[in-house]
Design a protein around this ligand. Structure first.
Ligand code: KDG
Length: 335
């Protein structure tokens, strides 16, 4: 400001000195919530996002994070975004299928073979198509982060075969595709918000739940579960959603900062999630959980048992969407 004061604003402008686009970046406080605990790798992504925002706005933005469903579950927080009363939520896709049915495509059992496939689909044209559809519901998907490959935990027995699911009271996300998948496996599937799972396991209301090793570890499910089986039956993405009404009040420069910083956060969060997965499995075993893998033939039997879920839900998801991901995956796998 000394320069401006000394020469006067008009002089400086006349000299064609580029003025900082200060008018395009306002002071802002951004609230982000999530259902997992602050020890989960989502926190590493948020920290990277916060550092990026501070750098890109010169400290004009503050990012405040709230954990463990303290601002409501995924769907409640997403509704707050749509009404413009909260800026951001990091949520699984699964609880939002009532809002955007095509999100259900990511719940189809055994869809992705590995994380690299998931990244290629989510970060490519297919993922962008899904984000474009979400935009019409009042939220902006800034980036896909990683929840991860889901594995079953329970308090009854090791699950080593299709028959072991029989009658097991398994909590599933509030999503008809997960409900159908576990009912087809012979389980008694019970939809429930993530924030209620620990207590339901602790009180014996349910026998089982399914989540990535990192979530099992950071949500301390090892305290209320005895067995963990490497089913890898689905891969759930996280989405970094921003309120559409609030997004519309941001300048183009600010909107670009949101996208850029969410992508920087994505790369950190995915890296930490994948680096931590093995350590989390070791940690939950050290806490007393009995781990088992399943024979390839048994996993194939389970996969075949739930194959019909694709056809049963194609109409709800969108025949074009299911066909689209099959085509995208076939192209990936042919390379
Ligand atoms: O906010 C994210 C959590 O709700 C996430 O862990 C969802 O995997 C999930 C579950 O099982 O509900």
């Amino acid at each position: 400001m000394k320069t401006l004061a000394k020469f006067g604003l008009a002089t400086v402008l006349a000299a064609g000195v580029a003025m900082p686009a200060a008018a395009e970046i306002s002071n802002r406080t951004i609230t982000v919530s999530n259902g997992v605990s602050e020890t989960h790798p989502v926190a590493d992504g948020v920290a990277a996002m916060r550092e990026c925002m501070t750098e890109r706005t010169g400290g004009a933005w503050t990012l405040n994070a709230f954990w463990s469903s303290s601002l409501g579950d995924d769907l409640q927080a997403t509704q707050a975004l749509r009404s413009g009363t909260q800026e951001m939520v990091i949520t699984s896709t699964s609880p939002l299928v009532g809002l955007e049915p095509s999100l259900g495509v990511f719940d189809l059992p055994f869809l992705f073979a590995d994380a690299q496939e998931a990244d290629a689909i989510l970060d490519g044209p297919f993922g962008q198509m899904i984000s474009d559809r979400l935009r019409e519901t009042g939220v902006v998907n800034l980036a896909y982060w990683e929840n991860g490959f889901r594995n079953l935990t329970n308090s009854l027995r090791p699950v080593t075969s299709l028959d072991d699911f029989d009658g097991m009271r398994v909590r599933v996300m509030q999503n008809n595709i997960f409900l159908d998948t576990f009912q087809t496996l012979g389980a008694n599937a019970l939809p429930m918000a993530f924030g209620e799972v620990f207590t339901a396991l602790e009180t014996g209301t349910i026998d089982a739940q399914e989540n990535p090793f990192v979530t099992i570890h950071t949500s301390q499910f090892y305290q209320v579960q005895d067995y963990v089986s490497a089913t890898r039956h689905a891969y759930t993405p996280f989405m970094v959603l921003f309120s559409g009404p609030i997004f519309g009040t941001y300048s183009e420069q600010e909107q670009q900062i949101l996208f850029d910083c969410a992508v920087i956060g994505r790369d950190v969060q995915r890296a930490v999630s994948r680096a931590l997965s093995g350590d989390s499995l070791t940690a939950i075993q050290a806490e007393g959980m009995n781990f088992n893998e399943l024979e390839t033939a048994e996993l194939e039997r389970i996969r075949e048992a739930v194959a019909a879920v694709y056809d049963r839900h194609a109409e709800t998801i969108g025949e074009d969407v299911v066909e689209g991901i099959r085509t995208a995956l076939a192209e990936l796998r042919s390379n």
